[in-house]
Design a binder for this molecule. Structure first.
Ligand SMILES: Cc1cc2nc3c(=O)[nH]c(=O)nc-3n(C[C@H](O)[C@H](O)[C@H](O)COP(=O)(O)O)c2cc1C
Ligand code: SF4
Length: 438
């Protein structure tokens, strides 16, 4: 196990995670003792437009994967339009490897509740929803309990802290479909329909929930709002890089000694994160990794020093995504890992558009063939051709994301594919998997 050096330990910037280890951190009493709801008191004295400007000035970018500037998104909500406005928090967190929102809601649910109230006040919403993954029963229980505590203390409901501002907050559990994390599918699901993406434009900013102006933001995005209100835009920008400001929760999983969440200034490298996590497990050497979940192109050992911010990861040919770094070693097979992810995308494809529905179905079959030792060289061209027909031609990001590990594993680890095809690697799947492949 590697012990982190002091200069690497200094890379830790606990802001969203700072209360997680406090006893009963999820209770309102603990939260209030540790600065809780101080930002709300400050925010309610400010003009909503000034809060939107503050978030713009902080440079906060969405933590849900795409990194869209949050203040800009809030600014798109038309004002004085006479329609109800909604804030919807995306707490679906279904991306394989991603585990930053559920621990946040489990350990520090009031951070999200306080962020919801401030964000709703800024966009002039009187009703907000938190859409949480159906399987996350424990987190949902904590969250519901926190919402009730906030109502009891007058932070939610009518005339919040005697400011004249009213807000109702509903926690809604989904049914556990990855596609319901896509913001427009989420809105359909919330409205009671089958969760499938909507055609855009119109965008949720004007035609969102119940065809009204809606902001959809990730849990981490909204939980970042209270610290920004308290600390100010310059303090927030003192962490991170010029275009990727603030701290970020990086989730390390896989072949590391201490997997978990490490909150660091954006721009930290995997080399530093690995040091914080105690290094690779004994006997394992880094071979490949995802910088931000299974929808982001794989990176290899040569990318250990890539700054993990939006620009740095893009320059290395991948995407920062949800900062879910899944670590694989020389004892793991990139072909098999990619196959497992594809099974996931194939299963979770909502079926609305042909490239994703059919393409993932076929790619799974090709992978099964290769892994059963019956692949051909032509299969590799078929995979690339199929990806070419999915990427940029699918109705939503799920299809695009499915191709990421296929194309990147072929880019970096083609030899592993050839070893299966040319019989140098023993088959991982039996021929039975080819019969009746669904
Ligand atoms: C298939 C798919 C799944 C997604 N799942 C999530 C999710 O679980 N949580 C999330 O915040 N964003 C998810 N997103 C991104 C959302 O569509 C949206 O961009 C995000 O909630 C916006 O919030 P932000 O601006 O705060 O990042 C997903 C996107 C796609 C295409
Ligand atoms: S890309 Fe896949 S998940 Fe998205 S709409 Fe098409 S079929 Fe549905």
């Amino acid at each position: 196990m590697t012990t982190p050096r002091p200069e690497t330990l200094a890379k830790l910037t606990p802001v969203l995670t700072k209360r997680w280890l406090s006893p009963d951190a999820w209770r309102i009493g603990t939260y209030e003792q540790l600065d809780g709801y101080a930002a709300l008191r400050k925010a309610l004295k400010a003009h909503p437009d000034d809060l939107i400007q503050l978030i713009k000035d902080s440079g906060l970018r969405g933590r849900g994967g795409a990194g869209f500037p949050t203040g800009l998104k809030w600014g798109f909500i038309p004002q004085g339009d006479g329609k109800p406005h909604y804030l919807v928090v995306n707490a679906d967190e279904g991306e394989p490897g991603t585990c930053k929102d559920l621990p946040l809601m489990t350990h520090d649910p009031h951070a999200l509740v306080e962020g919801v109230i401030i964000a709703s006040y800024a966009i002039r919403a009187a009703r907000a929803y938190i859409y949480i993954r159906g399987e996350a029963v424990h987190a949902a229980r904590r969250l519901r309990n926190a919402v009730q505590e906030a109502y009891d203390k007058g932070y939610l409901g009518r005339n919040i802290l005697r400011s004249g501002y009213d807000l109702e907050l509903v926690v809604h559990s989904g049914a556990g479909a990855y596609i319901c994390g896509e913001e427009t599918a989420l809105l359909d699901s919330l409205e009671g329909f089958r969760g499938q993406p909507r055609l855009r434009p119109p965008f949720p900013a004007t035609h969102g929930l119940y065809a009204s102006p809606t902001v959809v933001n990730n849990v981490g995005t909204i939980a970042s709002v209270p610290p920004i209100v308290l600390g100010g835009a310059d303090w927030w920008k003192s962490m991170g890089t010029e275009k990727s400001s603030g701290p970020m929760i990086y989730s390390l999983s896989g072949r590391v000694v201490n997997p978990g969440q490490y909150e660091c200034s954006m721009g930290v490298t995997l080399r530093e994160l690995l040091e914080l996590a105690g290094g690779m497990q004994p006997g394992h050497n880094l071979r490949f990794w995802t910088p931000g979940g299974s929808s982001t192109p794989l990176l290899a050992a040569e990318h250990l020093d890539v700054p993990l911010d939006f620009e740095g990861v893009a320059a290395a040919g991948s995407i920062l995504g949800t900062t879910a770094t899944q670590i694989f070693s020389d004892q793991d097979c990139p072909v098999y890992a990619t196959y497992r992810w594809l099974e996931f995308y194939h299963h979770e494809s909502c079926g609305k558009c042909t490239p994703c529905r059919e393409g993932n179905y076929w790619m799974v079959r090709v992978y099964r063939r290769i892994l059963a030792g019956q692949g051909t060289h032509e299969d590799l061209d078929t995979l690339l051709d199929t990806c070419d027909n999915i990427l940029g031609r699918s109705f939503c990001g799920l299809g695009d994301g499915a191709t990421s590990s296929v194309t990147s594993s072929l880019q970096y680890f083609k030899q592993d594919y050839l070893d299966y095809i040319e019989g140098r690697t023993a088959p991982k799947l039996s021929e039975k998997t080819l019969v009746g492949a669904h």
